[in-house]
Design a binder for this molecule. Sequence first.
Ligand code: GLP
Length: 243
Amino acid sequence: SNVKLLLVEGYQEMSKVAAQLFAQEVKRKPDLVLGLATGGTPVGMYEELIRMHRTEGLSFSQATSFNLDEYVGLDAQHPQSYRTYMQEHLFAQIDMAAERTNIPRGDAQDLEQECARYEQAIAEAGGIDIQVLGIGTNGHIGFNEPGSSASSKTRVVQLTPSTIEANARFFESVEEVPTQAVSMGIATILGAKKIVLLASGEAKAQAVRDMLEGEMTPDVPASLLQMHDDVTVIVDAPAASLL
Ligand code: GLP
């Protein structure tokens, strides 16, 4: 495949290299559409972008953003909602216009309508210019769990027990972790012009190998990225240990 692999030493370097790729696109096209992700992995990249905003004048004032996903049942103010995460880790510390930051509404009355609205909003914005992704230990991207088809769009998805377990660290107990999410689909993600996937730590090593060296299969949703022509995967040494 033509996936570009960047091997780096550790989390810090991964975060800096990723932030550079994003900053380059923001400078090239100030009114671009960013595709954003949550989880532990992109925190360092967001910190680096905040630093560049503060010290180098990197501006997001004309940018639009769309996040990959949101938990079903959590309102925007919930401490573990992805809206709260984005406010804390990025939006409150840079100059993005609040009305141009988009995250699915996990508390929408009509979730199917919310999914269709979200998909259409991405299209109306002209599509995503650059999308950042993490990867789940089971190879999921966004909340596209194993079994997600390459043609999937934004929809309500069921979280697997392993994902619920992995995300329980952010909640008081595993019982509090929502069991469903609204997530961009694989086709939505593949619609991005550029994709940057980040993986750090030994726990991701098997998923990284399956994504890059395994066959393209919905059993490993990240492997479906092999069909995209502009994917950069930034992997630190522990996550690359099985390559
Ligand atoms: C979460 C998110 C994904 C994220 C993945 C890995 O469930 N929905 O977008 O990439 O799991 O998370 P982490 O970066 O914390 O390892």
